[in-house]
Design a protein around this ligand. Structure first.
Ligand SMILES: [Zn+2]
Length: 125
């Protein structure tokens, strides 16, 4: 390989890398879709149907995680300034926020309508 064709190969490799990165960036482009007022509830290890910190996606549940039956897993949402990631499914129409409380006592009493915005799309179901 002479110097010119090896430079072309480097340039080509570079172009492929850049275009792959561009595709990644396009797929994870932040979006700001206003969902309006959504019903928001919460759940904890105690009332997670005997699953504790287990979620349907396999992600270990912690504060900042949410369950939802109508948003894809991985969706990042903003609820009045706080960010949550959907990692679990939910049996109701609400967005169910995980409360990291290992006291063994369920104190879940949230049931309010809050303004929700999608910040980043999750995987398609
Ligand atoms: Zn609970």
């Amino acid at each position: 390989m002479n110097i010119i064709s090896s430079m072309a190969a480097v340039a080509l490799a570079g172009a492929i890398t850049i275009s792959a990165a561009a595709v990644d960036a396009a797929e994870s482009q932040p979006i700001y879709e206003d969902l309006g007022q959504c019903r928001v509830t919460c759940y904890c290890p105690e009332c997670n149907d005997g699953e504790g910190h287990e979620s349907s996606s396999g992600t270990y549940l912690e504060y900042g995680h949410a369950a939802c039956s109508w948003l894809p897993i991985g969706t990042v949402i903003d609820i009045e300034g706080d960010e949550f990631v959907v990692v679990d499914t939910c049996g109701t129409d609400a967005i169910d926020l995980f409360i990291d409380d290992d006291s063994g006592v369920c104190r879940c009493n949230l049931n309010e309508y809050k303004r929700v915005t999608i910040k980043r799309e999750g995987m398609k179901r």
